[in-house]
Design a protein around this ligand. Structure first.
Ligand code: CAA
Length: 261
């Protein structure tokens, strides 16, 4: 891979967009490699992913403006679809994905972070959707996911004004869950990933599905979906073990890792 680094660390893995010279901007090759990398994650072992950008300055500075500058209408639409398809793959990826936003998250960078389950960032992070200043709309899901995450009013303000916001404001509006000093960000992301990875994997996957899919349903259908996914956890080895461990009075025993079965 030219632009993606993938490091598996036991039960979680770190996926790094590695195009530091262009502040990790997303060109077609980056998008294709990201797609392939996701296809190759060993889901029998990996239970959580961390997505970050190479270097100390930028997470992802957006879609590649040079590549987009000469596109026709049809090519622009196809480029939007290319980004949307891979971001949707990330959003619906069976295991949780944490965006560790280590600097600029602009345009496609803000958008890819919003396709992840959880966003945490460094204190130098900058978020924004600057597209209207370039003569385009956000094209990798920004008009949809930002409004869903921070509300339509704030999303419209950010998108129409193209004003970037710093980490503290991103925290205030709920775009990120936490802000860390730059040097502590990855340790915090890895601690969170390891914490997720030690929980029952089938249950965690079902929670992701229930939350993501339930948000698109009315409440009656949403709770029915939850019932189904809740029920599906029963009779798994991990459910039997997890509950038996809790009920066991001999608390001297060490809890064994869940088996993903
Ligand atoms: N596309 C292509 N190249 C980019 C890029 C991008 N989105 N962002 C940065 N780069 C390149 C720069 O061209 C520069 O390359 P050279 O060294 O070859 O000149 C290199 O990265 C370093 O960038 P700067 O010199 O500009 O660094 P800076 O510290 O002065 O500024 C910045 C940093 C504020 C992030 C600035 O680079 C910037 O504004 N980048 C563009 C951000 C942007 O508008 N993103 C949205 C793109 S549109 C989009 O994403 C559409 C969509 O929704 C799909």
């Amino acid at each position: 891979m030219e632009y993606i680094l993938y490091e598996q660390k036991g039960s979680y893995a770190i996926l790094t967009i590695n195009r530091e010279k262009a502040l990790n901007a997303l060109n077609s090759t980056v998008l294709e490699e990201l797609d392939q990398t996701l296809d190759n994650v060993d889901l029998s072992v990996v239970r959580c992913l961390i997505l970050t950008g190479a270097g100390q300055k930028s997470f992802v500075a957006g879609a590649d403006i040079g590549e987009m500058s000469t596109l026709t209408k049809a090519e622009g639409q196809a480029f939007g679809k290319k980004g949307n398809d891979v971001f949707r793959k990330l959003e619906t990826f069976p295991i949780p994905v944490i965006a560790a936003v280590n600097g600029f998250a602009l345009g496609g960078g803000c958008e890819i972070s919003m396709s992840c389950d959880i966003r945490i960032c460094s204190d130098n992070a900058v978020f924004g959707q600057p597209e209207v200043g370039l003569g385009i709309t956000p094209g990798f899901g920004g008009t949809q996911r930002l409004a869903r995450l921070v509300g339509a009013g704030m999303a419209k303000q950010m998108i129409y004004t193209a004003r970037n916001i710093k980490a503290d404001e991103a925290l205030r509006i709920g775009l990120v869950n936490a802000v860390y000093p730059q040097e502590e960000l990855m340790a915090a992301a890895e601690k969170m990933a390891a914490g997720i990875a030690k929980n029952a994997p089938i249950a965690v996957r079902n929670c992701k599905k229930a939350i993501n899919e339930g948000l698109d349903l009315d409440m009656d259908q949403a709770v029915a979906l939850e019932e189904k996914l809740f029920g599906d956890c029963f009779e798994t080895q991990d459910q039997k073990y997890g509950m038996a461990f809790f009920l066991d009075k001999n608390k001297e025993k060490v809890k064994e890792p869940f088996q993903n079965r």
